[in-house]
Design a protein around this ligand. Structure first.
Ligand code: MN
Length: 283
């Protein structure tokens, strides 16, 4: 499949969900995040969310073919008895995978560039302003939760914070980057100094992966605009490669977004949205 290296595991996988290894050694983020912190966070806490998610789905064979994206984005399709468990453990699985996969050892490229940098400047004013707003959202998240950088269906970047293991609204927003502000992500090392942890986290962001997610998410946003008949709003560049009429015949209103389907994640490419939809769009 496009963009996936041979042998890479994909996150379009379904039940039973498999714990994803760290894309670096657990000591590789020191001194920003200590090996001890990362070890317990990944090998114990994150693992528990994956295990609990599998346990919750074990009794629901008909739902075992849903991806994590589908489970989390459309909870109304799930029986009520399962919704809380999926929200907590599916959310915990998704959020931790994105968090771990969005970091890299110090000394690598530390700033975004290209189209993502331009979008950051357009939507936040400057890179510095983005960093401040992200920190502010993370500091402002009372008790446990996350701060997120998302791409909205309007094609604009935004910052969100969520409580507990909640994720942004997948129906309208595609997450590009997140930071965990549960105390377990920093307390061993920073105790109550959440802001020091956040300052260190900013230096670890793997912008190459975030950029790639941004480009993939932008494709989804474009497809959604087209399926809504907002063709006139697209630039010539955006129209390239798409044939409006064919598309509308093939897909119902909003179909691509309603089922952006499988996202996949691996150490190399982070995640991407459904290649089947892309195939249809390109045919
Ligand atoms: Mn965590």
């Amino acid at each position: 499949m496009r963009g996936v290296k041979e042998g890479a595991r994909m996150k379009e996988e379904t039940y039973p969900f498999v714990m994803r290894p760290l894309p670096y050694e657990c000591y590789a983020l020191a001194p920003c995040i200590s090996a001890e912190t990362l070890f317990y966070h990944h090998d114990k806490l994150y693992k528990n969310y994956v295990d609990q998610l599998n346990l919750a789905l074990a009794d629901y064979p008909l739902l075992q073919n849903l991806s994590l994206w589908e489970l989390l984005g459309w909870p109304e399709n799930l029986p009520e008895s399962l919704q809380t468990a999926v929200k907590r453990n599916g959310g915990g699985t998704f959020s931790h995978e994105l968090y771990f996969d969005s970091m890299q050892p110090l000394g690598r490229e530390q700033d975004p560039k290209g189209a993502l940098l331009e979008a950051i400047i357009r939507d936040f004013g400057s890179l510095r302003e983005f960093r401040e707003q992200m920190t502010e959202a993370a500091m402002g998240q009372f008790a446990s939760g996350y701060a997120w950088l998302i791409l909205g269906e309007d094609g604009r970047l935004g910052i969100r914070n969520t409580a507990n293991q909640d994720v942004p609204d997948f129906k309208r927003e595609i997450p590009l980057l997140n930071v965990d502000v549960w105390e377990h992500s920093y307390y061993l090392q920073y105790q109550n100094r959440r802001k020091d942890y956040l300052n260190a986290w900013h230096r670890l962001i793997n912008w190459r992966k975030v950029s790639r997610r941004y480009e993939e998410a932008l494709e989804q946003v474009k497809a959604k605009k087209m399926l809504r008949g907002e063709w006139m709003e697209l630039t010539d560049e955006e129209k390239e490669g798409y044939e409006r009429n064919e598309l509308e015949e093939k897909r119902g209103e909003d179909a691509a977004w309603k089922n952006p389907g499988k996202f996949m994640m691996n150490a190399e490419s982070s995640y991407a949205w459904n290649t089947d939809d892309e195939k249809l769009l390109r045919e």
